[in-house]
Structures are given as C-alpha cells and as structure tokens.
Ligand binder design. Sequence first.
Ligand code: PMP
Ligand code: GLN
Length: 380
Amino acid sequence: SANRLAGFGTSIFSEISALSAQYQAINLGQGFPDFAGPAFLKDAACSAINADLNQYAPSTGLPSLRAAIARTWERHTKASVDPETEITVTSGATEALFASIMALINPGEEVIIFEPYYDAYPPNVLMAGGIPRYVRLSEPRWDVDFAQVRAAITPQTKAIILNTPHNPTGKVWSRAELSQLAAIAIEHDLLVLSDEVYDRLVFEDHQHCSIATLPGMWERTVTISSTGKTFSVTGWKIGYAIAPNPLTEAIRRVHQFVTFASATPLQAAAVVGLNAGEPYERQLLQFYSARRTQLVKALGDAGLYVLPPQGTYFVMADIRDLGWDNDAEFCRYLISEIGVAAIPPSAFYHDNYQAGMVRFCFAKKPETIAAAAEKLKRLG
Ligand code: PMP
Ligand code: GLN
C-alpha cells in the first residue's frame, strides 16, 4: 500500500461493531439509530426513485436541495447564503471534510485538531500532506485552554478543525468560547473547518452557534453538516459544505473528482426532510432528550459517573469508580461479559491517552436502552 497510509488502522467504529455482533451485544458503540427513519422521508425517497430521479445529480448538488439547505441555514443563523455559489452537496459530512481539507491544505501546512477528535480528522489531514497539531480539551468539563491553542500556532498553521456539538464528549461550544477561537483565527489568518453534524441535537438551555456567523469569520470558515443525524438515516450519506465562494470553488474542484455527485433520489428526499422544518426538529429533540435522560440514569445506576452531554447523541461515562483505567480493556470486557458495546475514546487521541471514560450512544429505541440498562446492572 501507499506510504501515506502508514499508521492508518481500522476505524474503531468498524472494530467495535464487529466485536459487538460477534458477542451479540447491545450495540451502544458506533453512532447510528437502531430505529426506523421518518416514514415521510422514506416515502419521499421511494417516490423520487419511482419518478426516475436516478441519474447523476449536478455535481454541486440538486438546486432544490441547495435551496433547502440555504433556507435552513437562514432560519437558524439569520445570516444569508447563496445556494448557487456557497453550498456544495457531498456524500456525507465525511466527504465534505475530506474535500475541504484536500482543497485548502498544502503539504507541510499545519492543522490544529482538538482532542478527543472525530477519528477521520487526522487521516484526512495526513492524506493532504498536512501536519496535525493537537490541543487537548480538559476533562471533566472539556474546557478549552486558549493559551494552548495559541502555543500550538506556528507560521505553518493553516487551519483549525472545530466540532460543535462535539463528538465524543457532547460539549457544545459556547458563543464566548467561539469568539475566543475566532479572535485567534482572525489574528493569525487561519481557516476554520467547522463540523456541525449534530447541530440539531442540543439539549436544555444550551445553544448551537455556527462560528461562520461571528464577525470576521464568514470569509474564513467552511461549515460542514449532514442530514444523516438530523433525519436518522446515517446510511444515506447526504452531507454538505457551506463556505464563501472562493473556498466553495476549491471544495467543488475536489468533490467533482472524488465522487462527482451524491445519490440523486436521496438528495430529493432530503429536500422534503429539510422542508419539514422546525416542527420536525422539535419532535426529534424531544425524542432524544428522553433517550439522553434514560441512558444517563442507566449509567448512573450502574455506578458509572456521567456528566450529561450538552449536545450530540453520545455520553461519556467514567469507568474509574469501577476500578478500571484502560478504556479498550473495559470495552472488551463490557462487550464479551456484560453484553453491551461502547467506544473507547483513547482511539480519539493521537497518543491513545486514557481519559478514564467510555462513550455510549443513545440514538436507540427506548427498549434497547432499557435492555442495556438491565445488563449494565451487573457491572456494579
Ligand atoms: N463528523 C462527526 C463529528 C461525526 O460524528 C460524523 C458521523 N459519524 C461525521 C462527521 C460523518 O458524517 P456522515 O455520516 O454524514 O459522513
Ligand atoms: N459518527 C459515528 C460515530 O461517531 C460513526 C461513523 C462511522 O462509523 N464512521 O459513532
């Protein structure tokens, strides 16, 4: 294999899902819903296929989808965006991230990544020939040490990858934190790639804020999101990048030679999903708020200390009170002996740092979480 793959292992999500299947465990590991996607959305996809929307979409995305993404963005941010020149539909947020990094990072340029990170970021940067520079969020509250961010910047620094709401910690970056990050980006003329795939999953009085909407940030920010989480159809892989035209032009030039276009009928269905708007989003959040409460309680009852997540559909649980310190060993035990799968977050640190926690996903039916809760009782 090519030298650039040196050090790329198997994604932790594939590894844990395989182990979970082998032991027939309840899989609270990889983040995906175990319940059906909304019927109106599935009907829309079937209708699109039956209406023969089955050939290539325009490379940049169906105009109707780009328009729906623009309307959604405007509804949430009160900022406007041009769907013709500033939005690109991609095959999931995964492709949007890859295309953005390939489009904007030169070999030898450095990219700041916060740890724990979504596992695709470092390989994406490395494939572009870039150099990841890591800044660790401090547990238990996942605070940002901005002095460390500043210390990580060199003349080679080109970009910062931000993820809010944050996988795996559930942290939702506050407007104050984003303002501090924005000040650094502006001062050092950096790009920000902001992964906001969990933008609709924010709980209680926390607020999602897109850094692109802060003063001086639009021209330097790529905002990446996905319909997979919002519409409970992670297998559809319809994502998008929102960026000012010069950045969008570059992203589109990569995208046309990576996938060219994303699945046409699923793009058509995503329009129907986005048009369901605020009432749909409210219902989704209600469902997830209840699942969050249910899983947080189950983990607490099992003797695992948890800080309820501010956003996402993940929760980090402390394993140290149970006498464990190695998260991978704990996850193997949990899967094989207890029958529940979780993700070891050391996979989200470049040096396999042990935060003493594991990540559970609550994008699950109430009965799935209840069954896991029963099994978790045996931990205590
Ligand atoms: N970023 C983050 C933080 C994620 O959790 C995910 C979902 N696994 C992705 C990107 C990828 O999104 P998609 O499935 O749309 O490619
Ligand atoms: N985003 C999902 C998670 O964090 C997994 C996506 C994947 O399997 N690559 O669990």
